[in-house]
Design a protein around this ligand. Sequence first.
Ligand code: FSX
Ligand code: SF4
Ligand code: F3S
Length: 380
Amino acid sequence: MPNVDGTEKKTIAGHLKNCGVSRRDFVQLCSMVMVAAPAGLALTADNPTPAKLADKIGKAKRPSVVWLHFQDCTGCTESLLRTSKPDVADLILNVISLDYCETLMAASGYQAEAALKQAVEENAGKFVLVIEGAIPTKEQGIYMKLAGKPAIDVLKEVGSKAAAIIAMGSCASWGGLSSTSPNPTGATGVDSILPNAAIVNLPGCPPNPYTLLGTVLEFATMGKLPAVDEKKRPLFAYDRLIHDHCPRRAHFDAGRFATKFGDANHSKGYCLFKLGCKGPVTKNSCSTRHFNEIPDCWPVGIGAPCFGCSEQNVGFNIPAYETVQIHGVGAATPPDGYSLVGSTTGKIGVAQRAWSASRPARSAERHGQPRRNCKAAKKL
Ligand code: FSX
Ligand code: SF4
Ligand code: F3S
C-alpha cells in the first residue's frame, strides 16, 4: 500500500519499508532478540516465531528517543555502532525515532539546543530518554555543563517530561567509572537523582547493544519497560551470573586455574578466577551474548578476567586482580564438589573426592555386577 497519509511511516514496519530495509533483515533481527532474551520480556512471552514477532513489532509506532551524554567515554554508543551482520546499529536506529543525540547528529551549538527543545516539547510525556554517562553532583553540579546549564538540571528538566528513562551503561546506572574513589565530582547514576521516575538500568561498561534493543522493543510494542530486579536491571539480561554460563566453568569446577597471564594454564583456556575474575559475583549476559556478533568477543572469551563492570560495588571498586569471595552475599553458590581454589595445584573438593572414590562401585553397577561397599567413600 502506498503511504498516503503518513500513518504507515509512523509504524516500525512502515518506516523500515520506506528506508529499504528488507523484511528478511527485520525477521533476522527479531530472531536475534529472541536469542538474546529467551525469557523475561512480555513481548516474547507467547514464544512467537521470528516472523510473528516481526509482525507484532512492525505494527508498533517508532518510539521517539532523546539521547543525552553526561560524564562518559561514549563507549556505550560506540559498542552500539560497532555491531554488524546485519548492521544492528542501523536497524536499531531505524526502529526508533532518534530525535536528539549529540554524538550522532550534525547540529551543534544553538541549533542543537533548539533541536533538544523541539524534541522534548513535541513528544512531552511520550518519549524515551536514554542517558549515557554519570551525573556530577558536587558544587551544584558545576563539573559538567550543557549549554551553560549544569548536567543535573538538564537531566531533571528533560527527565520530568519523559515517559521512561533508560540508564545506558554503568555510569548512568550508578556512577560507574566516573564515580571511582575518591569521586571528585560526586558522580552518580540517574536513579539517585530521579528516584520516582520509570527507570531501567542497563549496566555494563559498555552494555550489550541487544540489551538496549530488547528494552526499546518491549517499550515500543508493549508500552512498558521490561520486568526488572531490585537494582532495576531487566531480568531478561541480568537474571544470572556470568559464572553460571561461562565456557570456562568446567575448569573452575575441576580446580584448573590460570595463575599468571601467558602461563601454560592460561594458554589452555583454564578458569581465570585466580587472576581476579569477578564472574562469580557479576550479573550480566556476556557469557551467552557476545559483543559485535563475533564468537568469543567478550572479556573472558579473549582471556581477560571479567572486571565486574556491570555490578554495582564490584567494577571500579574491587581492584582488578583481587579475587572475590565466592561465598559472599549474592555470589555464586558452588556445588558440594566446589573446587579448592586456595590450593596451589588443581585439586578437587570433598564431595568430588567422595564421588571419585565411589567410582569402582558405580562402574561395577553399570556393568551389571552387584555393588560392593566402597571403603574410601564410606570414610568420606
Ligand atoms: Fe560509562 Fe558509556 Fe563505560 Fe563508557 O558512555 S559505562 S565509561 S563504556 O561510555 O557511560
Ligand atoms: Fe568463568 Fe570467571 Fe567463573 Fe572462571 S571464575 S568460570 S573464568 S566466570
Ligand atoms: Fe563487563 Fe564482565 Fe561482561 S567485565 S563486559 S560484565 S564479562
